[in-house]
Design a protein around this ligand. Structure first.
Ligand code: C5P
Length: 224
């Protein structure tokens, strides 16, 4: 179902709800781009880690973001890889260290302001399925279609566990659970851009749905 209409579809929700996999499928089906906004916060975090920058200093983090170029490059298979100052960091941003430190960038108002601006610019130029925490609330309040994807906590932990194991990473299930609880709590409660369902978003509970079923469920709501 390819479309020539300019289209913005937002997919917000907590970690492990399946947003990125579903967003990629949707984008492919519709013949539009997939924007992974979490990758942008992760890329800045990676840079701060490499430079040994103090995460709790919001001014330093904001200045770092101002001097950083985060963009995406399209791979031959059609997937988008995030680039940090021109370097492909798609793999490096998935480390546990980056995952567990991204909340610093995410809670910093100056950083969010820049990220939101970059995301809006991308949305002006491209039709996108965008996934994150604030896409339907802050970045694209006038999106054509908004979804809030959720799944129960145990299911989200199991999915993340499987994903990490399949990627060949050693994981401690108990620690992962604790880290995800902590990340949820931080995402829901930060003062700026918290994870929140937009009033007009459609809730998709994927607890008992496969990826394919989730995509089908979402597609039922997309009339173009
Ligand atoms: O989506 P992903 O799990 O890769 O995002 C990593 C972290 O980046 C999230 O836990 C959240 O703190 C932050 N994030 C955000 N706003 C977004 C996307 C991600 O604050 N739009």
């Amino acid at each position: 179902m390819e479309t020539h209409k300019h289209l913005i579809i937002t997919l917000d929700g907590p970690a492990g709800a399946g947003k990125s996999t579903v967003a990629k499928h949707l984008a492919k089906l519709l013949g539009i781009s997939y924007l992974d906004t979490g990758a942008m916060y992760r890329a800045l975090t990676l840079k701060a880690l490499r430079l040994g920058i103090k995460f709790d200093d919001e001014k330093i983090l904001t200045d770092l973001a101002k001097n950083t170029v985060i963009d995406f490059t399209e791979m031959p298979d059609g997937s988008l890889h995030v680039r940090l100052d021109g370097e492909d960091v798609a793999l490096d941003i998935r480390s546990l260290e980056v995952t567990n430190n991204t909340f610093y960038a995410a809670r910093t108002a100056g950083v969010r302001e820049l990220m939101v601006g970059w995301q809006k610019e991308i949305g002006l130029k491209h039709s996108i399925v965008t996934d994150g925490r604030d896409q339907g609330t802050v970045v694209f309040p006038k999106a054509d279609f908004k979804f809030y994807m959720d799944a129960n906590f145990e299911e989200r932990v199991q999915r993340r566990l499987k994903e990490l194991q399949e990627a060949g990473k050693a994981v401690d299930a108990g620690q992962l659970k604790k880290d995800m609880q902590d990340r949820d709590q931080k995402d829901f409660t930060r003062a700026v851009g918290p994870l929140k369902k937009a009033g007009d978003a459609i809730v998709i509970d994927s607890t008992h749905l496969s990826i394919q079923q989730t995509v089908e469920e979402i597609m039922k709501h997309i009339q173009i």
